[in-house]
Ligand binder design. Structure first.
Ligand SMILES: [Zn+2]
Length: 78
């Protein structure tokens, strides 16, 4: 799989917007997704920073997406 492919994968077409950034069907964490695709070609500028759509195909086969700035920050080990 290629998260930075230029052409959107077929499974992204049925993706639904998940505002809480987890699978809308099973609430699974995006880290467990079987596929990821980042729409880096079409970023949106909001108040000087850019965000883009991140598509995930969950292990339960539900496709969903969220804004990159809605993604919870990775926990630091510090
Ligand atoms: Zn799921």
């Amino acid at each position: 799989m290629d998260a930075f492919a230029l052409v959107p994968p077929e499974w992204t077409k049925s993706a639904v917007h998940a505002v809480d950034f987890c699978c809308p069907s099973c609430k699974s964490n995006p880290k467990k997704a079987q596929n990821v695709w980042l729409n880096r070609r079409a970023p949106v500028s909001v108040d000087g920073h850019r965000k883009w759509q991140e598509f995930y195909q969950c292990e339960c086969n539900t496709a969903w997406w969220g804004w990159s700035d809605d993604r919870p920050p990775a926990k630091s080990s510090k």
